[in-house]
Design a protein around this ligand. Structure first.
Ligand code: ADP
Length: 373
């Protein structure tokens, strides 16, 4: 029967069952006990009746007494049963309301959230268990609302980042059509630069979506970190020289076996050393240190560059976050390099953090890699 699936009827039935069992047991017990009590009373009564010189059989006395006891018990039971039923009914209705109302509200709110109303919250009831349920539900609603806000912000950021190079290409094309620009290598190179920027951004976005959803494929192996580090430094040497920077790689062991993905480790190093080059003014220096520990190796990239204000440090690894928007934008940075880098380090079993004493005090990025699988 479907009504027995409903909590309210089960609670009411439970209360009524208690009342019925109480009344039946009481009636049964009263029946047994009254027979014994009446038999004793009859003996005493017949003795005193005889003493008064009157005549009555035990049977007559017993019938009179039993009838009156039973009438008393029955009347009491009817009144007690009615009172218990009334109180039980009221108590179960109150309990049903206490339990079912919050549950109904949570059901309705979850439907509203599913329909996209992420600002929906439920009132927290007084009873502990339901209060925990309602609080957890509200926390889940807050988390969903934040995810939704991040999604909206992400779309806005992506559109914003795509617009810059697209506007550039559009400008050059309009200039070519209108004859303001001639079809010379300089114009075409400038257009190619914008298209490459667009390409890089789209590639970064794809990598970001893969690392964030944990879909990145890693080829984890044991390899010597030091030659890889030297290779990355040689790859970036032209930029280091062009900016008149010095790069110190002296404080390191000769050989260090790590357990990671070679290409992804190179990507992490290129991003961190590349950023150090980008954000360190001419004449500055970059120091890369490698320290082997028990189970992990720590690689730090320290620069004497523009530094990072304390209020920006907590957001540095968030998507599209840039301390100085105009400065990094002019160099083509979109602010997702560090987000990707941190996810890559996490995926390889390490961690990445940053420290800086503030503007113009330089920055230090440190990441770890496991020494064994
Ligand atoms: P971008 O492509 O803009 O460089 P990243 O995600 O690599 O993006 O870096 C995010 C922001 O962090 C940069 O815009 C810059 O403001 C700051 N940043 C990164 N590395 C450094 C550094 N070595 N020194 C100072 N600021 C840095």
């Amino acid at each position: 029967m479907t009504i027995w699936r409903q909590l309210r009827w089960r609670i009411i039935a439970a209360y009524m069952l208690v009342v019925i069992v109480g009344v039946v047991t009481l009636a049964w017990m009263a029946n047994i006990v009254s027979e014994h009590t009446v038999a004793t009373a009859v003996n005493e009564l017949s003795a005193s009746v005889e003493g008064m010189g009157m005549q009555a059989t035990d049977e007559q006395l017993s019938t009179i007494l039993l009838t009156s006891v039973r009438a008393t018990v029955t009347q009491s039971l009817v009144v007690a049963g009615l009172a218990a039923t009334l109180v039980g009914g009221i108590a179960s209705v109150l309990l049903v309301r206490e339990i079912l109302l919050p549950l109904r509200q949570i059901t309705q709110s979850s439907q509203r959230i599913a329909a996209g109303h992420y600002d929906e919250r439920v009132a927290v009831p007084t009873s502990d268990e339901l209060a925990t349920l309602a609080t957890n539900f509200n926390q889940m609603a807050i988390a969903l609302e934040q995810v939704e806000q991040q999604r909206i912000a992400l779309i806005g950021n992506v559109a914003h980042e795509l617009r810059t190079p697209l506007t550039g290409v559009e400008g050059y094309l309009e200039g070519l059509v209108d004859g303001i620009f001639s079809n010379d290598p300089e114009t075409l190179n400038a257009m190619q630069h914008e298209v490459r920027r667009l390409r890089r951004l789209v590639d970064d976005l794809q990598t970001l979506s893969r690392v964030e959803s944990g879909q990145i494929e890693l080829q984890l192996t044991y390899f010597n970190l030091i030659p890889l580090l030297q290779r990355v430094v040689e790859q970036l040497r032209p930029q280091i020289t062009a900016q008149n920077l010095t790069l110190d790689l002296t404080d390191r062991p000769d050989s260090l076996q790590v357990y990671a993905d070679v290409d992804r480790t190179a990507q992490v190093l290129i991003n961190l050393i590349g950023n150090a080059i980008q954000y360190t003014p001419e004449g500055g220096s970059i120091t890369v240190r490698v320290q082997g520990g028990d189970r992990k190796v720590q690689i730090s990239v320290q620069d004497t560059g523009i530094g990072i204000p304390a209020e920006s440090l907590p957001y540095l690894f968030e998507r599209f976050y840039r301390v100085d928007r105009s400065r990094s934008r002019s160099s083509g940075g979109s602010g997702i390099g560090l987000t990707i880098t941190r996810h890559l380090v996490w995926a390889m079993g390490g961690d990445l953090d940053v420290a800086s004493d503030g503007p113009d005090q330089g920055s230090t990025f440190r990441f770890t890699l496991p020494l064994s699988g």
